[in-house]
Structure formats: C-alpha cells, structure tokens
Ligand binder design. Structure first.
Ligand code: NAD
Length: 437
C-alpha cells in the first residue's frame, strides 16, 4: 500500500498532498507549526485549496492525534517527525530560493533530505519536486539521504524527480490536467513513480530519460519564459524612447501566426525570477558564463527601478516638486489575483521612489499587510488616502481591470500621471497623463 508523505505544504505541496489524499493515506509535514495548525482547521492562507474541500479531505481519514500512519485515504498534517516514520513514499516540495548574491540556497532541501534520511526504511521511495539545477538531486540530495539513513541508493531505497508545473491562482491549468514529467534512478523506480503519478494526474505523465533531464526540463521552462519577457522589457525601453506603446506593437505583431505574445512587466515570485539563477550557477560550475540568461535576469530585475525612474521623470515634466509629490501604487503581489509577495519587484519601485524622497502609499486587496511589513518594511494601507500626483498600477488584479479613469480621478491632483505597467487602461485615459511600458 502506498503511504505518502509530502514534505513542505506550500503552494506546491498542499495541492499535491490534497490530490494524493483522494486516493491514498497522506501525511503532510511542514516545519511551520502555524501553517500545520491552520491547515488542520481547514484554512489555507495560500488560497489554493477551498476550506470545504480541505476540511473534507482532512476529516476523511478519521485520524487521531498521532495516527502512526492512518490506513484510510485522506490527509493529516503534522510537524512531528514521528508522524512520518511509517510511510514508504516521501515527496519533497520545499522551497528552493536564492540568497542575497543570487546563488542557490539549498538549505530547505538539505534539511528536508536530512529529515527523510532519519526516518527512511528499506524499500522506500523519495521523490523530489522542488525546482533545482540539473544534477542537484544526485549530487546534493542523495548523499544526505544515504548519510542520514545509513542505507544505499538502488539497493535499499530509490529516488525520483518530478518537477511541479502548477501555476498558483490558475483554476484552468491545474495539477491534475497538466502533464507531469517523471523520472527515476533506474527502470524500476521510473515504473513505480510513473504508476503513482498516473493514478492522480488526468493529463498523464511524460517519462524523462533520467533525473537530470527532468531537472533540466523544468528549469528551461522558466528560463525560456524569463528571457522572452526580458526581450519584451528591453523592447519597451526602446519603444518608450521612440514614443510607442509596447502593447500596441505586440497587438499588431501578434497577428502573425508565429509571433509569440509575451508581455513586458515585473518578473518576481519564487520561480521565473529565481530558477534561471540555478541554471546560471550550474553553467558557471561547468566553466561557462551564460550571458543570454544572465542578461535576461539583469533586464527583468531592473524593471522596478526603471518604472520608478520613469515616474520621477513624468512628475518633473508635469512641473511637480518631488519632495511634495505623493505616489499611489496599486498592487504589491508578484502577479495578479494571488496573495504571494515573494520576490515582489514592486518593492523596488517603492524603494527607488523613496530614494528620491517621493512619498508613496501602497494598496493591494490580496496581501497580508503584516507580512509585507515584516518582509519588506513597507506599509500597505487599505484604501487611497488623499490626492496623488502619480498612480502606478503594477499588477493586473481582476478588481483593477474594472477601474476606469473616473475612479483614478477621485484621488488625483491636477496634471496627475497614470503609470499603467500592464497596459490595462490603454486607449481609455483622456484626462490624466498616461504612460505604460
Ligand atoms: N509556487 C509555484 O508556483 C511553483 C511552481 C512550480 C514549482 N515550484 C517549486 O516548488 C518548490 C516549493 O515551492 P512553493 O511555492 O510551494 O514554496 P512555499 O514557500 O509556498 O512552501 C514551502 C513550504 O515548505 C516548508 N518548509 C521549508 N523547509 C522545510 C523543511 N525542511 N521541512 C519541511 N517543510 C519545510 C515551508 O514552511 C513552507 O510551508 C520550489 O522549489 C519552487 O521553485 C513552485
């Protein structure tokens, strides 16, 4: 019988644990006590799993306080290592961030591997889902599993890698209806892991040749996206100088069958803006300085500062005194309709404007205000307060799409500027000054 443990119950781990729990007994393990207790009472702060669904899947296994692995399908969440001892499949979905020097920070992955190594038994399977550079599972993780357990890969336990492709907030492309890449350390592992995922992924699976191929496949999905967005961002800088609206240009170019419609904007979050650094790190280790990938990262990481500088220029052009100017920023999350503020590049806009001593207010209906203060030392307020000389709409939240010029005029000073990063109000603004990428 498959008894599954999912280690790391975040945006990736929770939906995965929930889906597996519809078929198998699952224990979700997380070091964050608050997260575990919230989940056990049906609350998912990432907004990925609905309260009713979560409560139902948690109650379905009828677990006691310490189930020693329940026999029925369903989900039990815990931060106690004893609760994951009697499992036979461990799936690791912990974060893979970068440090302040944009280098991979494998601490969560190493810690999670050590946890699993401590409870590993002969015949167990470990599957990594966290995004990593090619080689990480075999070179960095397996040695820890072997050291902590005293067991040997292949003979005593097996390992696989299956990258996660979910898109938080996306109710169309879900875990179940997106094909899943799977890989294993040998043929037996590949077969077993394939069967496991086939049992929950309606779209089916793709068997990768080996673990490194699966790791590389995931990282290039995000690197490709990063570079394409960087190209659009660079074009938007050129077009701004020419006086063209990039969204107009893309709309026109997009009428050709082979033009790929990527859009300019801020690239934040835990994936697109992070994963290419993992590949850059590996390339460097192999003696290759990957210039194109690095340039993409540089351009995308610079966009927050660029947008802030454009705002300052527009304020000056409108004869506004910088020290007395007030700017309202709508949107702080790294993308639309999610609460996720990780690696938000809106913080760069705020900090850059503040460096010119321009006063800023930030609002965002999705964020946890305390969280933003804790992570970025930036205050988020509930609603606009007073009149503003510039308004920057950074994220295409669905609520913002409903706004029109009348809404912004309510809290705009004379000659105020609307900076429309996502091109939401293109051709709709008549009274305010308008600028977009
Ligand atoms: N979020 C996405 O859209 C997405 C999509 C595809 C792939 N990924 C990748 O999946 C991985 C997880 O991302 P996420 O967004 O779910 O992260 P997350 O930050 O939302 O969640 C990670 C969870 O792991 C827990 N954790 C950290 N260290 C732990 C440990 N040692 N043991 C147990 N739990 C631990 C944290 O408390 C947290 O609850 C990353 O590698 C990410 O790049 C994310």
């Amino acid at each position: 019988m498959n008894k599954i443990v999912v280690i790391g119950l975040g945006y990736v781990g929770l939906p995965l644990a929930r889906l597996f729990a519809t078929k198998y007994p699952v224990v979700g393990f997380d070091i964050n006590k608050k997260r575990v207790s919230e989940l056990m009472s049906g609350i998912d702060s990432t907004l990925e799993i609905d309260e009713v669904i979560l409560k139902e899947i948690i109650s379905s296994c009828h677990c006691g306080v310490n189930p020693q692995f329940h026999q029925k399908k369903g989900l039990f969440c815990s931060n106690n290592l004893d609760d994951i001892r009697n499992s036979n499949i461990y799936i690791i979905t912990v974060p893979t961030p970068i440090d302040e020097y944009n280098q991979p920070d494998l601490t969560p992955l190493i810690n999670a591997s050590a946890f699993v190594g401590k409870v590993l038994n002969k015949g167990d399977y470990i599957i990594y889902e966290s995004t990593v550079y090619p080689g990480c599972t075999e070179e960095d993780c397996i040695p820890i599993l072997e050291k902590e357990s005293g067991l040997t890969l292949g003979k005593d336990f097996k390992v696989g890698y299956s990258p996660e492709r979910i898109n938080p907030g996306d109710k169309v492309n879900t875990l179940s209806n997106t094909k899943k890449i799977v890989s294993g350390c040998d043929d037996e592992a590949l077969n077993k892991i394939s069967q496991l995922y086939e049992s929950i992924i309606a779209a089916g699976i793709h068997r990768a040749t080996n673990i490194k191929v699966a790791e590389a496949a995931k990282i290039i999905e995000n690197t490709q996206r990063d570079i394409n967005i960087a190209l659009m961002n660079e074009l938007s800088i050129i077009f701004s100088r020419i006086g063209l609206n990039t969204y107009d240009v893309i709309e026109a170019a997009g009428t050709k069958w082979n033009f790929l419609k990527y859009y300019p904007g801020l690239v934040g979050g835990h994936c697109i803006g992070v994963d290419p650094y993992y590949l850059l790190h590996k390339a460097k280790q192999k003696g290759y300085h990957a210039q194109l990938i690095g340039a993409g990262r540089f351009i995308n990481d610079s966009m927050g500062t660029y947008i802030a500088k454009q705002t300052v220029k527009k304020l000056l052009a409108a004869n506004k005194h910088l020290l007395q100017s007030r700017v309202l920023i709508l949107g702080f999350t790294f993308k639309e309709n999610v609460a996720d503020i990780r690696n938000s590049k809106v913080a760069y806009i705020v900090k850059e404007l503040q460096s010119y001593r321009v006063k800023t207010n930030v609002i965002d209906p999705y964020v946890d205000m305390e969280n933003v203060m804790h992570e970025y030392q930036i205050e988020v307020i509930k609603e606009p307060a007073g009149k503003y000389d510039a308004i920057i709409v950074t994220v295409a939240h669905k609520e913002y799409r409903e706004y029109g010029e009348e809404y912004f005029l309510n809290f705009s000073t004379k000659n105020a500027i609307l900076i429309d990063v996502k091109g939401l109000y293109k051709n709709q603004i008549k009274q305010l000054s308008y600028w977009s990428l």
